[in-house]
Design a protein around this ligand. Structure first.
Ligand code: GUN
Length: 292
């Protein structure tokens, strides 16, 4: 059984991205800039954006950090995004989700110029992805494709079962895996699927993005299957200094006894999500220079 080391792959790709940043600066005098907007102080979101900003600086990019109170008005947030849309130092804009209930997430996402939408969340980028046009691929699904490739599994002609139909992970990963260049046969299971195990037992690869620990257990997969665990759940654990530990959506102990390869949590999909954000930001900066 192999542990798919997302940290290792992320480090390798971040090295390539950092070299790309140096090259772009030398060729065009451009430093890729990423604006990261956080509204409120949700602990998980604070931890994610801090990691994104650190990775951005480590790759030699400009990180513009914008922290707003949970009571910020939607109009103020839209004004800030509009300023960033026309700011030549900024090539990528990321608004960390979820947003407080009084703000319309859809209106905020759509305010981001598609050419700076490095999360790949705008309707324009989602539509382009669906029809196979050039776009920014959403970071977690893109990272998952890289991890599956890194695991040594060629998914062409294989059966991939995705659990979860979120706009951020489940739906786009199903679309990307079934594209001609990847050529997998994809089944998308969700909360309306009776007996998910009936499908996962047939799968060569299971991508579990359900947001619930213990969604996938060893008895639900076939011998040698590849398990990609997207879940990041805080499970209470009094023995830990912070009072919790991170657990994925897959039950690691039972799945790792049956799987051929599995991503750990932490250290699997998470580092790849951030890496693909850097990838998109470099790509956005290159495009602004007319390089691709
Ligand atoms: N919240 C959870 N995942 C993500 C992500 O990939 N991007 C943003 N902006 N917010 C998130």
């Amino acid at each position: 059984m192999n542990i798919i080391d997302g940290k290792k792959l992320a480090e390798r790709l971040r090295g390539e991205i950092a070299a790309g940043v140096v090259g772009l600066k030398a060729a065009k005098g451009i430093v890729p800039g990423l604006a990261v907007i956080l509204v409120g102080d949700n602990p998980a979101s604070v931890s994610y954006v801090t990691a994104k900003e650190k990775a951005c600086r480590e790759a030699g990019m400009l990180s513009r950090e914008i922290r707003l109170g949970a009571d910020v008005q939607e109009a103020e947030l839209l004004r800030i995004i509009s300023d960033l849309d026309s700011d030549p130092e900024i090539h990528g804009i990321l608004v960390q989700l979820p947003l407080p209930a009084h703000i319309r997430s859809k209106a905020v996402i759509e305010a981001i110029a598609p050419e700076k939408d490095v999360d790949g969340f705008t309707a324009v980028n989602v539509g382009r992805m669906l029809i196979g046009d050039k776009c920014f691929l959403p970071c977690t699904p893109h990272g998952i494709l890289k991890l599956i490739e890194f695991s040594g599994m060629d998914v062409a002609g294989r059966h991939v079962v995705v659990i979860g139909r979120s706009n951020i992970v489940g739906k786009p990963v199903a679309v990307l895996l079934s594209r001609k260049e990847t050529n997998a046969t994809v089944t998308l299971c969700h909360t309306g699927t009776p007996d998910i195990a009936r499908f996962t037992r047939q799968a060569d690869v299971v991508v579990v993005a359900a947001g619930k620990p213990g969604t996938l257990t060893g008895d639900m997969i076939k011998e040698g299957a590849v398990v990609i665990d997207v879940g990041v759940n805080r499970v209470p654990d009094a023995s830990r200094p912070k009072g919790f530990r991170l657990a994925g959506d897959a039950d690691f102990d039972s799945c790792s006894k049956v799987a051929g390869a599995i991503t750990p949590v932490p250290g699997g999909v998470g580092p790849m999500t951030i890496t693909m954000l850097l990838w998109n930001t470099l790509e956005a900066a290159r495009r602004s220079a007319g390089l691709c």
